[in-house]
Design a protein around this ligand. Structure first.
Ligand code: UD1
Length: 429
């Protein structure tokens, strides 16, 4: 519940990256022993990953550092009830095949933002010597002897690159992944693996060269997860849509360049210094053109939030989604808040204007963020339903927004009458 229409102002510390933490937690499977990780975000997806590792036989402890003990692997399956909640569970495929020579992973199937197949993961792992059969909705993989190979990806898939990389580090000989994903999260995973003794070159470029080693061992120092560039980008958009002034701290400004450049085109002032980025909006928002692309292009995970920015601009913007085929679901909900958006295929044409408060329904993680931003901008009470999506990817969103001056609160079903909702948003605001 949000009582919107107030500028957000101040500093907000960005948490560790979800999309770096999940593969790195899973990569601990590659080196038997105790691992320590720092800056792991406290999210529903982190808990799901730790409980998946627990089912595999690897207990964990959370605290300042997350500790995972991968001494023994007792089980090599990621069942449907886990994969269904979190697609990233397919990342156990590469490590389990490399460590145990077998893995069973439920096929992810469709999700709200598209079909999202894993054919490229399987193709790459097959090139390394794995064999797969599909039975009962599960992928059953075996690998007697992993050997390095050349893998040519049809598209630079992020988790696909990670899965193949994690198998290749323990394969015999050299693996080259061509058309690899270049996202900062891949670089963080590669750095973590290097700390275990892996030999990897080219992380952050489109060709990864991996020289397999016989074994990996846990690092003596904790690995620190990189900052979450999507969380940071979302707070920067909060400044843009509310006419505020927000500084994100604990970030890597280099990872935020595409997002910052787009907000600058939209008329915001951007200032990067050290590990902070500040966004200020003093005048009207200008319309812009946006096309989602693999890194270093504009991230698909920020498209929904920029759509909210476009709804408030002084003119017509176009946003083209090229990564996922069904990722404009938030447009219909934004229309319920008064936005004028036409859809043509994967393109949204947004005629800017104003937003008005309404009850809206979140369909996926980043769509939820877009609706919260819309609620922060629109005067009056906006109710965003199904916010459990937000808990998958934003640590303490409500607490952080309140520190920036937002009137926002979580409301349980029993509290959903107008006065109580207002009280919930005002408390501690
Ligand atoms: C990751 C991110 C997600 C982000 C996405 C794109 C994680 C945990 N999630 O998801 O937040 O939105 O990258 O930046 O890191 N594809 C295939 N076959 C495959 C694999 C992918 O056709 O085997 C297609 C997908 O359907 C999609 C495109 O490739 O159209 C890119 O998807 P991909 O990079 O794989 O996304 P994820 O790794 O699932």
């Amino acid at each position: 519940m949000i009582d919107g229409g107030r500028p957000l102002e101040g500093q907000v510390a960005v948490s560790g990256s979800k999309n770096a933490a999940l593969p790195i937690l899973i990569a601990t499977l590659l080196a038997p022993g105790e691992h320590r990780l720092a800056n792991v975000p406290d999210l529903a997806d982190t808990s799901s990953t730790l409980s998946l590792l627990g089912r595999i036989g690897c207990p964990s402890l959370t605290g300042t550092h997350v500790r995972v003990d991968t001494t023994r692997v007792a089980y090599w399956e990621a069942p449907y009830d886990v994969v269904r909640k979190m697609r990233a569970s397919v990342l156990v495929l590469g490590p389990l095949l490399a460590r145990c020579g077998k893995a069973v992973v439920s096929l992810p199937g469709g999700c709200a933002i598209g079909t999202r197949p894993i054919d490229q993961h399987l193709k790459g792992l097959e090139a390394l010597g794995c064999r797969f059969r599909i039975e009962g909705g599960n992928v059953h993989g075996v690998a007697d002897d992993l050997r390095g190979a050349d893998v040519h990806l049809d598209m630079p898939t992020v988790t696909g690159t990670e899965n193949i990389l994690m198998a290749a580090v323990l394969a015999r000989g050299t693996t080259r992944i061509h058309n690899a994903a270049r996202e900062p999260e891949i670089v963080d995973l590669a750095n973590f693996l290097k700390g275990l003794g892996a030999q990897i070159e080219g992380a952050g470029s489109s060709t990864l060269v991996i020289e397999g080693v016989p074994r990996l061992t846990p690092a003596s120092r904790p690995h620190r997860i990189i900052p979450d560039r999507i969380e940071a980008g979302t707070w920067l958009c909060a400044a843009a849509v509310t006419g505020g002034d927000v500084t994100v701290t604990d970030v890597e400004p280099g990872h935020l360049e595409a997002i910052g450049a787009k907000l600058a085109e939209a008329g915001c002032e951007i200032e990067a210094a050290g590990t902070t980025v500040r966004v200020r909006r003093t005048g009207p928002l200008r319309p812009f053109q946006l096309r989602t692309l693999p890194y270093p292009g504009f991230p698909t995970d920020m498209q929904a939030q920029l759509m909210t920015v476009a709804t408030l601009a002084n003119g017509t913007s176009t946003l083209e989604e090229t990564i996922f085929e069904n990722r404009l679901l938030h447009a219909a909900e934004l229309r319920r808040m008064g936005a004028r958006i036409e859809e043509r295929g994967g393109m949204a044409i947004v005629h800017g204007g104003t937003l008005s408060a309404a009850a809206v329904m979140a369909s996926d993680l980043r769509a939820s963020a877009a609706l919260v931003l819309a609620g922060l901008a629109a005067p009056g009470l906006t109710e965003v339903l199904r916010i459990y999506h937000l808990d998958r990817g934003y640590e303490d969103l409500v607490g952080k927004a309140r520190k920036l001056g937002a009137r926002i609160g979580r409301v349980s079903d029993g509290e959903r009458d107008h006065d109580r909702m207002l009280a919930a948003t005002a408390a501690a605001a």
